[in-house]
Each structure stands twice: as C-alpha cells, then as structure tokens.
Design a protein around this ligand. Sequence first.
Ligand code: PMP
Length: 456
Amino acid sequence: MTINAKSIIEKDKAHVWHHLIQHKPFKENDPIVMVEGKGLRIQDINGKEYTDALSGGVWSVNVGYGEKRIVEAINEQNKKMCYWAGTGGTIPAIELAESIVSKMERMSRVYLCTSGSEANEKAFKMVRQRSALKFDGKKYKILYRDRDYHGTTISTLSAGGQEERRMQYGPYTPGFVQFEHCCCYRCPFGKEYGSCKIECAKALEQCILMEGPDSVGGVIIEPMTAGGGIIIPVKEYLPMVREICDKYDIWLIIDEVVCGLGRTGKWFGYQHTDIVPDIVTTAKGLASSYAPLAATITTEEVFEEFLSDPQEIERYFRDISTYGGCAGAAAAGVANLRVIEDDNLIENSRLMGEYLLEQLKSKLNSHKNVGEIRGLGLFAGVELVEDKETKVPVHENKLAAIAGNCMKNGVIIGRTNRSLPNLNNTITLCPALIATKEDIDKIVQAIVNGVSTILG
Ligand code: PMP
C-alpha cells in the first residue's frame, strides 16, 4: 500500500492535537509524521531519514527502534492473554517485578502503572497515606527542587520546578514546597565546588526546618536532572540528601523516569552513589516505549507500612491503575530488560557516553557561546551562553534554530524545557543505548555545524 503523505498530513492538521506545541505555525509548516524506525534511524512520511539523538523525542526508546525481541514478546503474551487487573497476578508482571528488583540493592516491591506522572502520583499517595496512618495526617508535605520535572498531572506539576510548564494550571495541590537546585554552573548560592560545603544539600535541611520536620513526609528529586538542563550533582550531594531525610524520618523518592534503565551508564542514576532510596519511580526506558509501562518501586520497609492484621484499621494502599494490568506491556518490560542485559547496553551507555562527552568537549569547548558541557552515560547537555563570563543564556530562539539546522541535516537533538528565568538554553542528547561511535560522530558533527551556522 502506498502512503499518500499529503492527505495524511492534512488529516493530522485537521484532527490531531499535538503535545507541548503551538499549532498556529502548522498553517504554513507541516507537522512531522514519523513512519518507520530501525536502531537509531527514523524515517518521516516524506521518506527523509534522521539519526535520532533523543530516543523517540522524550528520552524513552532506550534500546532503539525495531527491536524484534520486544515486539515478539508483546505479541506472544497478547495471543495467550492480554490482561488481568493488578489486583491479581500475571506471569509477565511477576517476572518483571523480580527482574527489576534484582538490579536494585534493597528494593523489593514493584507497583506497575502506565506513565512517569502516574508512578510519581503513587509515590505521593504512599507518603500521604503513611502520614494519615501514622502521623495523624500531619506529615503530609512533599519537597521538590527548582528545575526538576515530575509529570504533567496537577499534583506532579505542583511538585514541578519548571515554572513555565505549570504557571497557567493553578491552583496547585497544597503541601508541595520547593527548595534550591544543585547546579554548580549556576550555583544558587554563588559558591564554588571545593569551598561550598555542598550548600545545596544543606538547603534541603533549611527547608525542612522552615516547614517543620513533623510536617514533611517526602522529598522527590531527579538523580540527574533531565529536561531542566542535564544537571549532574557532585558526588557528595545524594548521600547528604539521604542523611538529611533519615534524620527527620522522611521518605526519599528518586525519580528515575529518565535516568533509569541504563541511561547514565548504570541501571539507575542513583546507583552512581551507594544510597538506598525509599521509593524509586521509573517509566520511559522500562519498556523502551514499545508499550506504556511505569513502576513505583519500594523497599520492604515502605511496603510494610501498608500491612495490617484483621483487627486493625485496614491500611492497604487504596490505589489501582487499570492499565497497570496490561500483560503485554509487562512482557515488553521483561523482554526490554533482557535485551539491555544480553546486549551489554549499560556498559555501552557508559563507554559511548564517555566518547560522546569527549567529542563534544574537544569540538565545542572553545566556542565563544559554549558555557558548559555536562553528561553521564548517553545523557549529555551543551549549555549555550551569550558570553562565557556573564553566562547570560542564549535566547531560546537561537537554540530552536540550531535544532532546526540539525534536523535539516538529518539529526534530531533536544533542548531544555523553559524555566524562569529563561534557562531554555541547553542542547540535550540521549541517543539509544545501542549507539556506536559512528552514530555519535554524526550527532556531534551536526551540532558543531548547527552551532557555527547559527551563532558564528
Ligand atoms: N519525571 C521525569 C524526570 C520526566 O522527565 C518525565 C517526562 N518527561 C516524567 C516524570 C513524566 O513522565 P510521563 O510523561 O510518562 O508522565
């Protein structure tokens, strides 16, 4: 069957409401419609081919396109039995839970659902229910950081540190409180690493003391911030956060929606340290987006808070997610984890990530508009500034023009989501974990070309 590109695009323009973009320009420009992918390569409806340095546009197709082992696992499971509610068990859900926790020290329980936002909502509900059961409802507050993102629902936006993504959706859910970020390049305290005594971690304790430790039940952070600017904390940061949470009996929720599943060269981003979180949330790379699949993963101690004997008040977790019971999605997760393991993709992410960072630095560090290049595994960012001294961010239109130039030359790159003040000035990169040196050379070359064409 031949595809009539023009007619399909017209139907798209007439009926599809695309995510996160303004539609007026579609009067003149066509939306992009993707039709076929293999590995890192993806083809649009007009037959143009791209190298995808964004794993599906939102850091999620971790093993690349066209992975038959996952497709077959979904098909086989759906042929046998597509669904049974999460109130019961299915073979792939059991296998998936076991496989996930085998990669994580001291985590033991897996609650399946369908998106990163939902996985974080579950974590918030766990904190709130513990507060109700154990602290008379008083330990209900959840602290989150400036620049972190945890989802698109009203409560996850209430925990969202990217102001422009949420400012028109208030009023927010009460009980969410923001504290400072840990970005050394733009230290919120004007300090330098080495003499700063990790003030950003201490800011968490300040915030807890200001709010009253008895009122704070949870802290949520991205182990490495993704859309807010590829921010890798210094090695002391996460252990200090863990220690502060322990001191005040606060659950630490680590949002691994982007950093999980090999993205940073470990199974999970927090595993670059030896901390044990109370709750870990993950999505995107869990089934590499072959199916909508997410999970809220906890320690046994967290799980035990929700157990009760018949004579007590019932304290089970009163939550359900219909599509958390999709057996085909769980089978996709099992197969995806197997592919990552069998093909050594964690190691490839680490090695190719080092190569990516080295290449970006050698080709771009001396450019007048490159402020900082940061990364870990196949997760990297190039922060662009007007001036290296003043660090004034380049205008987001310039970043859009660079991304447009790369796209014209067949490479898809990302850029930070806006945050106030305008920090929409970082190129973001997260190619599939199967990336080779040749793929990376191509991506870096396109960025060098885009930066010099637009910024000189
Ligand atoms: N957490 C982080 C760190 C994310 O980047 C995202 C999505 N980009 C989410 C949560 C929300 O995930 P979803 O879009 O699947 O709801």
